[in-house]
Design a protein around this ligand. Sequence first.
Ligand SMILES: [Zn+2]
Ligand SMILES: [Zn+2]
Length: 119
Amino acid sequence: MPNEQIPGIDPDVPPSGEGCAQCLAGDGPGWWFHLRRCAQCGRIGCCDTSPAQHATRHAREAGHPLLASFEPGEDWFWSIETEEFYEGPPLHPPVSHPVDQPVPGPQGAVPADWQDHLH
Ligand SMILES: [Zn+2]
Ligand SMILES: [Zn+2]
């Protein structure tokens, strides 16, 4: 049986990497608080509390409305359209960043006064 497709969720797409794709590419201050995963295309972005808020920006620009948590132990989805949480199917692994990756991350890029930069 093929996976039943939910609009905005493609469970067959692996995540783009272990950290925010745009932060790691040098867009913004280069660190994040928590990570989110685009449920449609797998792009990893930083959360709305992070300085650069790349996940929501990607969701808006790409028209991919559902974000999944990319934090260990979390399996919820968030819709930027309804601003509500949802449950969804298991996504292609890995379903979180490595547990030894620091929060905030990535290692070595977080300033000492990081809490002053959160939203
Ligand atoms: Zn980012
Ligand atoms: Zn996407």
